[in-house]
Design a protein around this ligand. Structure first.
Ligand code: NDP
Length: 412
């Protein structure tokens, strides 16, 4: 990205938990982010962020209502505000519309989650990779997946490839939320997106092909107890996660790549019942003359993820166990971050899931704005130099460690 004309203007789209954290972080880095606009569908949520920022830092930000699915409205807004970068923290459904508006206006783009069509619970990068030539032609940069996972987990892998290994052969990404929010059932980020993700058939990558196994709530799902640093032993479930799709292409020498996430039996039981009674359906059903989508109705009943922070205690522990070769020897390293829900809440008014996503989103935007990351076209984050990103994680609230570890077994 050519930053010679950069005036430090960022437009953040969305006003949920992740956008709240990113706005806080941008305000905390005034030397980079000089003008901040938060644009989202519900103005009152933007207003709440603005008020909190004013109270905590005495600084004002701009806010505006926008429907990011309306490309001409969004294009007009971008033309008016003239940002140097658009940080998409709305939902995956908006990705392509926001990329279209960036193309129209010639503004750089960054997000944290890959595109998902509304009517199909399916996510993959192909739709966004299809913008490659158009972004190149326009001379602008898109960075995909700058949250924690995807995001930091990709950067951890790129860092390991660049600095710790000659060749990476086995990758296990382990995502543990050992926190407690005090609700019987709630999701840590947008409930609709979360439920669509975790009810899918599981896939992992092995010897050049994708292996399918049952969804986490089904009989025969793959799980094991992993002893996490700080959090202790937690049941961890094999899950398909979007960063696997790009990592298997960009990390050379990979034989196997898997993703694991912790779930409590209570969470899984709620999810099983919701699925069995049809509440996780994404198609329209008739209800007393109205059309409703059950999972959207469910979202309206569940706590807002951004509101969970008030009672959240405990920690998240997310990281990668990587086995590969160094100087002819086989070695294994575990790179991870521990984040505390209560500390995240004290700093930003949101819980650690939003915090661990919003901080890397801001760091990615910062590296683009300052010209550390330059390029034209569409990039997955592991394709960019990881070193400054890793430094910034330590500086801006997500410190990480690398330790020796035993390799995870083939069969758990
Ligand atoms: P929320 O549901 O809390 O926030 C989403 C925001 O986007 C809401 O303010 C919503 O508006 C707004 N929005 C939705 N549709 C539109 C639209 N058409 N136009 C304008 N604004 C719109 O979600 P989160 O903050 O929890 O998550 C944000 C993103 O981060 C998601 O894409 C999620 O998948 C991703 N994520 C990524 C992670 C990672 O590690 N990579 C982890 C966690 C989340 P309204 O208030 O009106 O609903």
């Amino acid at each position: 990205m050519n930053n010679t004309k950069n005036r430090g203007r960022i437009m953040i789209i969305g006003a949920g938990g992740v956008a709240t954290v990113s706005t806080h972080k941008c305000v905390q880095i005034p030397e980079v982010f000089k003008e901040i606009l938060v644009a989202s569908r519900t103005l009152s949520k933007c207003e709440a962020i603005r008020k909190d920022i004013k109270q905590r830092y005495g600084r004002d930000i701009q806010i505006v209502q926008v429907d990011a699915d309306n490309i001409s409205e969004l294009t007009a807004l971008i033309n008016k505000f003239q940002p140097d970068i658009v940080l998409n923290l709305a939902l995956p459904y908006q990705d392509l519309h926001i990329m279209d508006a960036c193309l129209e206006t010639g503004v750089h783009y960054i997000d944290t989650a890959n595109y998902e069509p509304l009517d199909e619970a399916h996510f993959e990068y192909s739709w966004q990779w299809a913008y490659q030539e158009r972004f190149k032609k326009k001379g602008i940069m898109a960075v995909l997946g700058s949250g924690f996972d995807p995001g930091v987990t990709n950067v951890f892998t790129a860092y390991a490839q660049k600095n710790l290994f000659d060749e990476i052969n086995y990758l296990d990404i382990l995502d543990c939320n050992a926190g407690s929010h005090g609700h019987a059932f709630a999701t840590n980020f947008n409930p609709e997106i979360n439920i669509r993700e975790v009810t899918q058939v599981v896939r992992h990558w092995e010897e050049g092909k994708w292996i399918e196994t049952p969804a986490i709530i089904e009989e025969g799902s793959t799980h094991f107890s992993f002893d996490y640093p700080v959090a202790g032993a937690k049941e961890s479930y094999l899950l398909y996660h979007e960063e696997l799709e790009s990592l298997v292409l960009n990390i050379k020498g990979l034989i196997r790549a898997r993703f694991w996430m912790t779930f409590s039996e209570n969470y899984l039981n709620h999810l099983r019942v919701l699925k069995n009674v049809g509440m996780t359906r994404i198609d329209e059903v008739d209800y007393e003359g109205h059309k409703i989508v059950p999972v959207k109705f469910l979202k309206a009943l569940l706590p807002e993820p951004a509101s969970l922070g008030t009672k959240y205690t405990g920690k998240t522990v997310i990281g990668n166990i990587i086995t590969g070769k160094k100087n002819g020897e086989t070695i294994t390293r575990y790179i991870y971050n521990v984040c505390d829900h209560e500390e995240a809440f004290k700093e930003t008014g949101t819980q650690a899931i939003a915090y661990t996503t919003g901080v890397p989103a801001t760091i990615g935007a910062m590296l683009m704005l300052t010209g550390v990351w330059q390029g034209v076209g569409v990039y997955n984050i592991e394709q960019l130099n990881p070193d400054k990103f890793m430094e910034a994680l330590n500086k801006y609230g997500l410190p990480w460690q690398v330790v020796e570890h035993t390799a995870l077994p083939d069969k758990v």
